[in-house]
Design a protein. Sequence first.
Length: 316
Amino acid sequence: MKNRYILLIIPLFILIYFGLSLGNSTINIFHMTKQESNIILLLRAPRVIFGLLCGMGLALCGSIMQGITRNPMASPFTLGVSSAAAFGAAVAIVFLNDNPATIMFGAFSATILCAFIVFICALKKDMDSLTMIIIGIALNYLFTALTSTLQYMTSDDKISAIIKWTFGSLNGVEWSNVWILLGILIPTLLLSQRKAWILNLICNCDDDYSISLGVNPSKERLILGFASLILTAVIISTCGIIGFVGLAAPYISKRLIGNNHKYLLTHSMIIGGILILISDILGRTLFSPIIIPIGIILSYIGVPILINLIMKRGEK
């Protein structure tokens, strides 16, 4: 198991190096001028570190959601939070302004609202996995319709701003964003690792069996699910909707190390960080000085990987 982690950590550090070095201009981080050191410290370093933490966070949330819903195709966005965030961002852009802080607040507020609606409704139905998924699907359609209504009624420039936000991007990330995300990611990781055996139980056994062992599955889904959605809200309110990594990273990890959440959570996080870093490096360098949004690049990279793994699984 340790060898598997080493095989992932080595390329992770290599990608961090390239992420810091490559951009509009290539910088040798071991021999920098004062201007180059400022570029690294103020622009590239927070972008790379936030991207790494972003990938890790989404992968962690994806692993948690797949566990508590017993659905290998679940992701952090299964409960409708991505469409809710898009609606919140759209409200901020249309009725307030396109200031990043305002958009972030709107997206975060709408995501938290969506989370409360999901859990309030699910608690009345004993918080089973099927109820959570169905409510999430319904809310996804609702917030998508609300966003479409705003786009239909507003001006072209604001429609463009809304669409660009949904692409997902690490542009403009600052150190303050890094510390906020780190402050949410670490407690979520510690909580999920502490409850890894409960995730294994909920994921592999029905609720009646879990109750017979003294575990309240509804309560655990509430705790783990809400922690996951808070972390997801912080990420997508900062950088927009970066889909797929929360689905692909846990799925890839399961194919490599199995379903034990004691190892799956951290393994998925490393893969999630790798996927984000690769996508960001390619997005910044392929058509430089034009930066392709990370959400677009991530889909090009991740979809073939996921389809290949699913086909191999089918052959077995």
